[in-house]
Design a protein around this ligand. Sequence first.
Ligand SMILES: *Cc1c(COP(=O)(O)O)cnc(C)c1O
Length: 478
Amino acid sequence: MRYDQARYSRDGTYEPLLSEKDETEVAVDSALPDELTRDSVSLPSLSEPELARHYTRLSQMNYGVETGPYPLGSCTMKYNPSFTEDVASLPSGAVHPDRSPESVQGSLAIMHGLQEYLAEIGGMDAVTLQPPAGAAGEFTGILIAKAYHEANGHDRSEVIIPASAHGTNFASAAMAGYEVVELPSGEDGRVDLDALEAAVGDETAALMLTNPNTVGLFERDIVEISEMVHDAGGLLYYDGANLNALLGRARPGDMGFDIMHYNVHKTFATPHGGGGPGAGPVGVVSDLADFLPDPHVRASNGGYELYEPAHSIGKVHGYAGNWLVLLKTYAYISRLGDAGLRDTSAKAVLNANYLGSRIDFDIPYGPFHHEFAATAGGRDAAEVAKRMLDYGVHPPTTKWPEFVPEAMLTEPTEVENRASLDDLAAAFNRVYAEDDETLADAPTRTAARRIDQVGAARDPQLSWHALGDEDSAAAGED
Ligand SMILES: *Cc1c(COP(=O)(O)O)cnc(C)c1O
């Protein structure tokens, strides 16, 4: 039985909700060439209530931030308040990107305002809104570093990245044409200054750093690190994924960073973009402002205009970026204000520390800020995660960062209250107390059980049929 076609009847058995009989062959009449089209497609033919129930049931089989806590460390899966959606849905927000700047002064004013907000929050001098994701921001930032070095006649070939960094850091540096020098983590989980001393030199174009790092530890030596990199003529890049631990309290610019990206979906509650249709603005210090992507928004003659910075790296995305996502970011920051942003970081750190204090699993590194890496100890972190699903919560990120054995990187975010943190802790602790056999069989209470994770990512079957008959993952076969 296909699980998306099934519903429980009162005696607990499954019945198909949609079945082959609902399918209708619909003729395809297309202007495209014959070899690119089919003669007909098979579509379900349903009444509105059947359709509404179908999608509602599918949504109930899923898990999201509107269902419960989603403590996926590093990803910052927090609930996005719906007022930002209201703002982005206003008819006046629907401006075509080819409109003349004179006719969209309101939108440009908001983009300029957002550039200024982000610059202030990060301690940067100029901000581009163009990159469509955090990873795209990294790539943009490294291209800016490269353009800067080239413009100044520096021939540098390496970017230094701590082993604990997010995989996108390595990819961004490599895509920009740099050799990646991997820095091992020190015994305390932070940057090892001796290892940095040995790695940094004439070839160093930049050091990419996340602070707090990927196990939530603040790099206490950041001023010294910044001096070492700058003395060698390199630039300091800040991966902003963990900025919500510092909001309103500390600024990357003040720590010596020259370039940073903002993951607005992690810090400012816009939807995660799945690598693209989001936003990952990039901030830079004044020496690098001329290299920002084209176009950039600036104030002029009492209004706003788009211009191409003098040594621009060019375009990294269409037009000025994903405007409606940027509008949500602006709305969120405006609503929170200074006090709200400070409150965000206080609660993000408090929640992680409260949750950490309530779980039975060991947390090898601390003191941590907005997230912590617990270890599953002698067990498989993925099995612990699967079993947590049975207790109605989303599990943490597993097996990363790698220097923590069987890591469970946990980030409750600032939006959870004490009751939901207690629920999460209870789920961790129940699994902690269970035997390996129970874990190996989990999950038993979810819509789908052990799925082929690689196949699901590489070869997704995007169909209303969902899982085929041959698939034993159907919940009804339990
Ligand atoms: C999420 C994340 C990124 C990449 O950001 P995307 O917006 O998902 O592309 C980079 N670094 C860290 C530490 C992250 O957690």
